[in-house]
Design a protein around this ligand. Structure first.
Ligand code: ADP
Length: 492
């Protein structure tokens, strides 16, 4: 099975959030399961600086507009995973982020930047480039590569099937209809059944309309996005395609996220011997200027500062959280008013420490050093940090939504298999109620140890998700499954 996995970010090359963790790990897990996988990314400066064995592979010429485009082959810095880099300096060689400039303003030509990425992916998938390799499956991710299934379908290439994975419905890649000719998209694709969304072009919708299969990153979110509350206007299309839609829970890259081997920690630890976690906690308290009190539960949050993540619930309940006896540590970046609110909160309250910015190593130290991990998200397609927290014995306090509902079980129930604390309403009282249960359990050491052990023993490794994706790919390309047990039983 040959798979082209196209994405706009991938750890450890370039990362703004969970998509990078997925694109950094899932292709490697698919390769480990025996597939021939290439990960396609834009050749941003940080990608060119970090990737290994970069070689020119093919010239694609200008694809959309005048910018020259070529393909480079390369390898991940820390593995043999093969990369196909879309190199177009006028489009990608800029100081700033993958989507925005240094001030957080969207690049004005994002339609071309991600149109070119998508068209390059479709051309490789259609076998019309000189790279000498054509995949059976084109796997696109989110709006940035949403046009790839559309270009592939419109090219008429008969043999390659496409999958699109939704990592977040909220980001729809909307552009004015006027960009249609620049993207070389035929007017007849701009319909309600195609890529038109309320008069605009939606790159996400292009993927949802034209891909052969749609997946999202947890089973619960796959259901939720078929409703008006979570579908952001695309619930009708998703409900109509429900037979092509499924939820595959993301995995955790335990090579990166494991307290037994994590080099950013003050001391490593395991589920059998958690002594090092106390060292991590006191080191973190010291680093963040919090009282080094081992008995006081430390509740932490790491993530994008946006209402999706429930940052408003956390900020508005800080006094009550402190009254419950917890210390609070928050690392995040995002909307300016939340960055400001957090900076002010740290000044206003003893026992609250905040760090604004993006800091991969500090994220590891916080997840290891905290006792409770706060994720009161309004919606959460999968969520990775609650899974990381569990592996580090940091019990998550989460809203029962999306992937949070699929990965966390209420602690304290008979049998001792619970791993965290859940609540339903996105309201301060409900959130504080779950936190209170966590704080109460923290004081009851035997119960806490039981839940901590259950959390640390959860296995969300990528092998399982890779297997599920392989089933999806095989169902799309049944000729390739011939000869396997599944193919012989005629399961297509
Ligand atoms: P989302 O993709 O919605 O942002 P996820 O939980 O799926 O949320 O993934 C977020 C990823 O980004 C995790 O690896 C998390 O550790 C990381 N992350 C988010 N914000 C920060 C930050 N300010 N500093 C370091 N890492 C961060």
């Amino acid at each position: 099975m040959k798979i082209l996995f196209a994405a706009s970010e991938a750890f450890p090359l370039v990362k703004t959030g969970g998509l990078a963790d997925v694109a950094g790990a899932l292709p490697a897990a698919l390769a480990a399961a025996g597939s021939d996988v290439r990960l396609m990314l834009p050749a941003y400066p940080e990608v060119l600086a970090r990737a290994r064995s970069i070689e020119p592979a093919a010239t694609l010429g200008p694809l959309l507009g005048d910018a020259p485009v070529r393909l480079l082959t390369a390898r991940m810095p820390d593995s043999d995973l093969e990369l196909l880099l879309v190199d177009s300096p006028p489009l990608y060689e800029r100081a700033g982020g993958p989507y925005t400039d240094a001030h957080g303003v969207d690049w004005p030509d994002n339609h071309l930047r991600f149109g070119v990425l998508s068209l390059a992916a479709a051309k490789v998938a259609a076998g019309t480039t000189d790279v000498g390799w054509r995949p059976d499956i084109l796997h696109a991710n989110d709006w940035q590569t949403g046009l790839a299934p559309a270009y592939l379908r419109l090219s008429g290439a008969p043999n390659t099937r496409s999958v699109v994975t939704i990592h977040n419905m909220r980001f729809q890649g909307l552009f004015p209809a006027a960009v249609l000719p620049e993207l070389q998209l035929p007017a007849l694709s701009f319909t309600m059944e195609g890529l038109e969304f309320h008069g605009q072009l939606s790159m996400l919708k292009a993927g949802l309309a034209f891909a052969d299969r749609i997946t999202t990153v947890s089973p619960t979110y796959a259901e939720e996005i078929q409703t008006a509350e979570f579908g952001y206007g695309m619930e009708g299309l998703l409900a109509a395609r429900r037979r092509d839609l499924s939820g595959v829970l993301n995995g955790v890259d335990y090579r990166q996220w494991s307290p037994a081997s994590d080099e950013s920690l003050a001391q490593r630890y395991t589920a059998a011997d958690t002594a090092g976690k106390a060292t991590c906690k006191s080191a973190l308290q010291h680093e963040l200027g919090l009282d080094a009190d081992p008995a006081r539960p430390l509740a932490a949050m790491v993530g994008r500062l946006t209402e999706q993540k429930g940052i408003d619930l956390v900020v508005s309940t800080l006094p009550q959280m402190l009254a419950l006896g917890v210390q609070v540590a928050i690392l995040g970046s995002g909307e300016a008013h939340w960055e400001q609110a957090l900076t002010e909160a740290a000044h206003a309250h003893v026992g609250v420490a905040t760090r604004i910015g993006y800091d991969e190593q500090l994220a590891h130290r916080i997840i290891a050093g905290a006792d409770l991990f706060l994720m009161p998200s309004r919606f959460e397609p999968c969520g990775l940090t609650q899974m990381y927290a569990m592996r580090y014995g940091t019990l998550p306090v989460v809203r029962r939504t999306g992937g949070l509902a699929d990965t966390v079980r209420e602690a304290g129930a008979p049998g001792g298999t619970g791993t965290g604390f859940l609540f339903d309403a996105a309201e301060p009282e409900a959130f504080l109620g779950a936190l209170q249960r966590g704080v109460t359990m923290y004081a009851d050491r035997p119960s806490w140890r039981l839940a901590q052990r259950a959390a640390m023993q959860q296995d969300f490794s990528w092998d399982r998700a890779a297997d599920e994706y392989l089933w999806i790919y095989r169902a799309l390309a049944p000729h390739l499954a011939a000869g396997t047990a599944w193919g012989r039983t005629g399961g297509a």
